[in-house]
Design a protein around this ligand. Structure first.
Ligand SMILES: Cc1cc2nc3c(=O)[nH]c(=O)nc-3n(C[C@H](O)[C@H](O)[C@H](O)COP(=O)(O)OP(=O)(O)OC[C@H]3O[C@@H](n4cnc5c(N)ncnc54)[C@H](O)[C@@H]3O)c2cc1C
Length: 419
């Protein structure tokens, strides 16, 4: 750090501390880059902690009966994440928690007969196994459940613990700063001292606060849109695909832990249920939260909270008529998935990484695909030949006069009023 310079300067500034930014930071630091992360609020606090934590291997996208391009791209993800969870992968997630080693698929009897042939095919049988009745897990392990149950070898993770594990490893270089805008520095504006710095980042709505960077990596989810427009850069364009995720809570004897997709007639599961633990401070007790994704969350957009809860109640009662949900308390989370814009607004199948004049824009598209997104970022940085192993500057991190970013609570920990 040059003492004469008034403004802090870094090689690589990563903006946004969800899974995309944190995975990027971990890989870049490990490779010797002088990278820093700036998070507007709390780490994981927008999409990442609100995700269901499912590390897809693509089976969900094969449910129409054929393996699509999308399901092939994602196949390696469970293994890559598993290596990280074992402490032997590209990032160290050995302290992160696995909620379940498996996901389950269930179907009612009439659908089961239609898809049994496909599920028994060679390509699918390597990914899942049909469970014999004696091995049925809760809440399917009782006589009123008449359908089939399949087990997938794709884990479900406690994403808050993933985010927090990465935060702890790199806390020295993770700061809280709401980046308001970016500006490319023209050659005429550069002083001799900082001629290698190309981008000025302004933060906290204070014109005097600036940070310089050689390269900026935008991993700010829906925030990418605003930051790109501050550069007057029209590409890449972003799309938002909204969800309205119902959630219900009760004690564990009413809501057993389950991680399962209910198969419907379309490629999208009718409902995907993941389970999470909620500490109830007043009573010191633990409750289970069921978080409902899939068709119900896609189709619920635009409904009022009461409508969405009532529809979710009816749907659960029809899917699991043997269960009693009458004492559960309900809420729902409205949230957008932020992604690169597809011409027809459809779901992108691959992580997005693009480069223009010292700015890398990235969206992982799925949390599970963050590793592939970061591979692409690293290829881009290698092409730019940014200095590595600037060990003399490694301790500069602590010089940034900014607060450290904390890990966000989970969506159900933020609900003020359950109905
Ligand atoms: C309800 C839901 C369920 C999902 N379930 C799954 C799943 O089970 N499996 C799966 O693989 N994927 C899932 N996804 C998709 C997955 O969550 C996202 O693809 C992934 O979390 C995106 O990560 P991200 O880091 O790009 O974005 P985010 O997690 O949104 O992080 C972006 C960060 O940037 C910060 N930021 C924004 N603007 C600025 C700024 N100006 N300055 C500084 N910081 C800024 C934000 O505060 C935020 O922390 C789900 C998504 C949703 C919405």
């Amino acid at each position: 750090m040059n003492k004469a310079r008034q403004t802090e300067a870094v090689d690589i500034a990563i903006i946004g501390g969800g899974i995309a930014g944190l995975w990027t930071l971990a890989r870049l630091r490990h490779s010797g880059y002088q990278a820093f992360l700036l998070e507007a609020d709390q780490l994981g606090g927008v999409q990442s902690n609100a995700s269901q934590g499912i590390i897809h291997g693509g089976t969900k996208y094969a449910l129409t009966g054929k393996l699509t391009h999308s399901s092939q791209a994602i196949q390696q993800m469970p293994k890559r994440w598993q290596d990280c969870l074992n402490g032997q992968g590209e990032v160290d997630l050995s302290q992160a928690r696995v909620l379940s080693e498996h996901q389950f698929l269930w179907s009612n009897k009439s659908l089961a007969t239609k898809i049994t042939g496909f599920f028994a095919s060679k390509v699918m049988s390597s990914r899942m196994k049909k469970l014999p009745i004696d091995d049925f897990v809760a809440p399917f392990n009782q006589k009123n459940f008449k359908g089939d149950l399949y087990q997938l070898d794709e884990p479900v993770l406690d994403i808050q613990s993933v985010i927090d594990t990465l935060r702890k490893q790199y806390s020295e270089v993770i700061f809280q700063a709401d980046i308001q805008g970016l500006a490319r520095i023209s050659t005429a504006q550069k002083s001799n001292d900082d001629h290698v710095y190309n981008i000025a980042l302004s933060y906290e709505n204070d014109a005097s606060k600036k940070l310089l960077a050689k390269v900026v990596v935008l991993t700010s989810g829906s925030g990418n849109e605003c930051l790109l427009s501050s550069l007057k850069q029209s590409q890449p364009e972003m799309q938002r695909r909204p969800l309205y995720m119902p959630m219900l809570k009760a004690s564990e004897n009413i809501l057993p832990k389950m991680y399962a997709h209910c198969l419907g007639a379309s490629a999208l599961p009718k409902m995907t249920i993941t389970s999470h633990t909620l500490d109830v401070q007043e009573t010191n007790a633990k409750q289970t939260v069921w978080y409902l994704g899939g068709e119900i969350a896609e189709q619920g957009v635009g409904r009022s909270l009461e409508e969405q809860v009532n529809i979710a109640k009816k749907e659960l009662a029809s899917l699991m008529p043997w269960m009693d949900f009458s004492t559960c308390q309900w809420s729902a989370l409205a949230i957008d998935r932020a992604e690169p814009k597809m011409p027809d607004g459809s779901r992108p199948v691959e992580p997005w990484v693009s480069y223009e004049q010292d700015i890398i824009s990235a969206w992982p598209v799925k949390l599970a695909m963050a590793p592939v997104m970061v591979d692409k970022i690293i290829l881009q940085l290698e092409a730019l030949a940014i200095d590595k192993n600037s060990s003399a500057r490694a301790s500069e991190a602590s010089l940034l006069d900014l607060p450290k970013a904390k890990t966000s609570p989970l969506p159900w920990e933020k609900v003020q009023h359950w109905i």
